[in-house]
Design a protein around this ligand. Structure first.
Ligand code: ADP
Ligand code: MG
Ligand code: MG
Length: 247
């Protein structure tokens, strides 16, 4: 699915190197988690996968289903099936949640050579997905994330993910600030997206999310590199001993 080799990434503005030789391969059907201390470069990695232009790849490669990802514009990466969940989901005043998702879905379908989904079919899909996430349809008529609580924003992000149905979902601190009920709902959303033909990259500080979503592989990112990889037991070890002693 995605293969990252010897990746080096610098901040565009001042040239500071943040990612310093990172290697990572996630196959279809796998869930990987990246854990690491604050400032390790976790969000820089997810922004680089998304193609945000405040970061410059100075060397290395990212291949996504055989294509050179770094050659693609951000919207093309979305079209190829990459979804990025943000630590702080953006508010978009003036744009309804429903319109936002329908536009996003149809632009991805367009990129993939498919016709627009009809309004009726789209509403049917949204109703089913909103129901799974226990979201009120009223929330879907509101402006994107405007006035939503932290938990509602994350739930909305899960709704977007399930409607867009990406091949690779990169979820950056999706669990931060969630109460236990919201955490459970978000985890169920992630687990439903977990299939033999999808990959998921969870980026998280805490073991807590990993009680609900069991990754196949856990990596520790520190100082811009993956310094350790292991099975689910690694999360427990990190929780117990802290990053400094494990990595
Ligand atoms: P994490 O998500 O692991 O907490 P980040 O990737 O957000 O870490 O940040 C890694 C380091 O890079 C931090 O020291 C941060 O201050 C720095 N950094 C990230 N983005 C920028 C930027 N646009 N300009 C300057 N420094 C940045
Ligand atoms: Mg940070
Ligand atoms: Mg971060």
């Amino acid at each position: 699915m995605i293969k990252i080799e010897n990746l080096h990434v610098a901040v565009e503005e001042n040239g500071t190197e943040i990612i310093k030789g990172l290697n990572l391969e996630i196959k279809a059907g796998e869930v990987h988690a990246i854990m690491g201390p604050n400032g390790a470069g976790k969000s820089t990695l997810s922004s680089t996968i998304a193609g945000r232009d405040d970061y410059e790849v100075t060397s290395g490669s990212i291949t996504f289903n055989g294509k050179d990802l770094l050659d693609l514009e951000p919207h093309e990466r979305v079209g190829e099936g990459i979804f990025l969940g943000f630590q702080y989901p953006v508010e978009i005043p003036g744009v309804s949640n429903l319109n936002f998702m329908r536009t996003a879905l149809n632009s991805i379908r367009g990129y993939q050579g498919k016709e627009d989904m009809s309004a009726a079919e789209f509403m049917k899909l949204v109703r089913a997905k909103a129901n799974e996430l226990q979201m009120d349809m009223e929330m879907l008529k509101r402006f994107v994330n405007v006035g939503f609580s932290g938990g509602e924003k994350k739930r909305n992000e899960m709704l977007q993910m399930s409607i867009l149905d990406p091949k690779l979902a990169v979820l950056d601190e999706t669990d931060s600030g969630l109460d236990i009920d919201a955490l459970r709902i978000v985890s169920e959303g992630i687990n439903r997206q977990r299939r033999s033909d999808t990959s998921i990259l969870l980026i998280t500080h805490y073991q807590r999310l990993l009680d609900y979503v069991k990754p196949d592989v856990i990596h520790v990112l520190a100082g811009g590199r993956i310094v350790k990889s292991g099975g689910p037991e690694l999360a427990l070890e990190l929780e117990e001993k802290g990053y400094a002693d494990v990595a």
